[in-house]
Write a protein that binds this ligand. Structure first.
Ligand code: GLN
Length: 441
């Protein structure tokens, strides 16, 4: 993507020419891949023509950008891949979108995802299944599978996703592209439909680290509309990296080989983080709790598709039972249960304690080492329809969820087999991306 950016900046390539290159690929392959829920070609063409005439070029001048369908873009439907929001038209732009528009990016459309970001393979969309551009029989990963597939298939230069427990890194690893989950608070979430507010983060897909840095530098930073946002830390380097032993348990052998091969010159020390074994259940219990709470607003009255006429209970319950998919309902029920008064102490409160134990153990290690290394996913992309059982799908998230639990920064770098996950402290995103740039070469 670096080349495209440079050509646009130098005026060798016009925004409308760049857009037409992307549209050609979409016309050829989107019918097979189904990366988008809604595409806005007419609007994109109009915008590109306006940009063609512009003298002063913004930093994203003429770049084509796809946006996960849980991020608000004014005038484009935002469905969260759910029947509940099938016709929802946001009246405002997310903060990240405002910044992209200000810097002359072209938004081409909204990408497919697991419903409300619940899933790891984009088969839980109410509308369609996205296929992996590297092998059409495989899933693209999820939940931001549409964004990863769109980047890989050349439908756009860059894409936005969200990552609550791996939803950027998993599809990046499965589609063999770069995916970056910034630290919690590095990018404003204003305009992101939240899944679990203490874990959610918007991030970026690109075919190179250059593209990730470019977009991240524009969308990062403080935002008065998201009270958790902060600026970058300026930490110095300790020149020490570690490889985490637990990350290789249950990992595909070929992926392990690729990871070890890639980092062999780094002199990484092998370390152990024993509490990682609690990360997966801790993550899911947290997500269920926060998700059940945030989903209460979709009642078909103020928000979401309408229910059948009747009294209040009937109409709200029909709106919810008809318009939510199975995985979404499962999480709402479990979250309501574990936070209810009789079970709260045993489940929810214990989960919060486990979270802080995991977080402090990882943070301790990051005081000693600049980066922690390991695979992104323990397996390659699976066949479409292969993981029917929820617990099978949950198990795939074992290596990505600890990063969200601890609010850290992490990137997935594509390898011959699987992806390499590089992890840094909260607020060290710039530093991490510099390091990733070195690894890319
Ligand atoms: N696969 C994880 C889940 O289903 C992560 C989802 C996400 O990051 N949005 O919860």
């Amino acid at each position: 993507m670096k080349e495209t950016h440079e050509k646009l900046q130098k005026g060798i390539l016009k925004p409308s020419e760049n857009l037409e290159l992307k549209i050609k690929k979409i016309e050829e392959n989107e019918g097979k891949i189904h990366a988008f829920i809604n595409i806005y070609l007419e609007e994109a063409r109009k915008r590109a023509e306006e940009l063609d005439k512009k003298e002063k070029k913004g930093k994203l001048y003429g770049l084509v950008i796809a946006v996960k369908d849980n991020i608000a873009v004014k005038g484009m439907k935002m469905t969260c891949a759910s029947k509940m929001l099938e016709n929802y038209l946001p009246p405002y732009n997310a903060s990240v979108i405002e910044k992209i528009i200000e810097e002359d990016g072209i938004i081409i459309g909204k990408t497919n995802m697991d419903e409300f970001a619940c899933g790891s393979d984009t088969t839980h969309s109410a509308f369609q299944t996205t296929r992996n551009p590297t092998d059409l029989n495989k899933v693209p990963g999820g939940s931001s599978g549409g964004s990863a597939a769109a980047v890989k298939a050349g439908f756009c230069d860059l894409a936005l996703g969200s990552d609550t427990g791996g939803s950027i890194r998993c599809p990046a690893s499965f589609c063999k592209t770069f995916g970056f989950k910034p630290s919690y608070g590095s990018i404003s979430r204003y305009g992101l439909a939240d899944m679990a507010m203490s874990l959610d983060q918007i991030g970026v897909f690109s075919e190179d680290v250059y593209g990730i840095q470019l977009l991240f530098n524009i969308i990062k930073g403080d935002d008065a509309r998201d009270a958790v946002t902060t600026t970058q830390k300026q930490s110095t380097t300790k020149n020490k990296v570690a490889i985490v032993k637990e990350f290789f348990e249950n990992c595909d052998k070929k992926i392990e080989e690729s990871v070890r091969e890639k980092i062999k010159k780094l002199n990484a020390e092998e370390i152990s983080i024993p509490s990682l074994k609690y990360a997966l259940p801790t993550y899911y219990l947290l997500v269920y709790s926060e998700f059940a709470s945030t989903m209460q607003k979709y009642d078909g009255l103020k928000y979401g598709s309408k229910g059948k006429p009747g009294d209040l209970t009937e109409t709200v319950s029909s709106a919810r039972s008809e318009n939510f998919g199975l995985e979404v309902k499962r999480r709402i029920l479990l979250g309501t249960y574990i936070t209810s008064k009789d079970y709260r102490e045993a489940w929810y409160v214990t989960t919060l304690k486990a979270r802080s134990a995991i977080k402090s153990e990882i943070e301790e290690k990051l005081k000693e080492y600049d980066y922690l290394l390991g695979p992104t996913m323990p397996m390659e992309a699976w066949n479409i329809g292969e993981k029917g059982e929820p617990t099978q799908m949950y198990a795939a998230d074992i290596l990505t969820v600890p990063i969200n639990i601890a609010g850290l920064s992490a990137i997935s770098i594509p390898l011959k087999n699987g992806g390499l996950q590089v992890i840094a402290s909260q607020g060290d995103d710039d530093k991490l991306l510099k390091f990733a740039e070195g690894l890319e070469k």
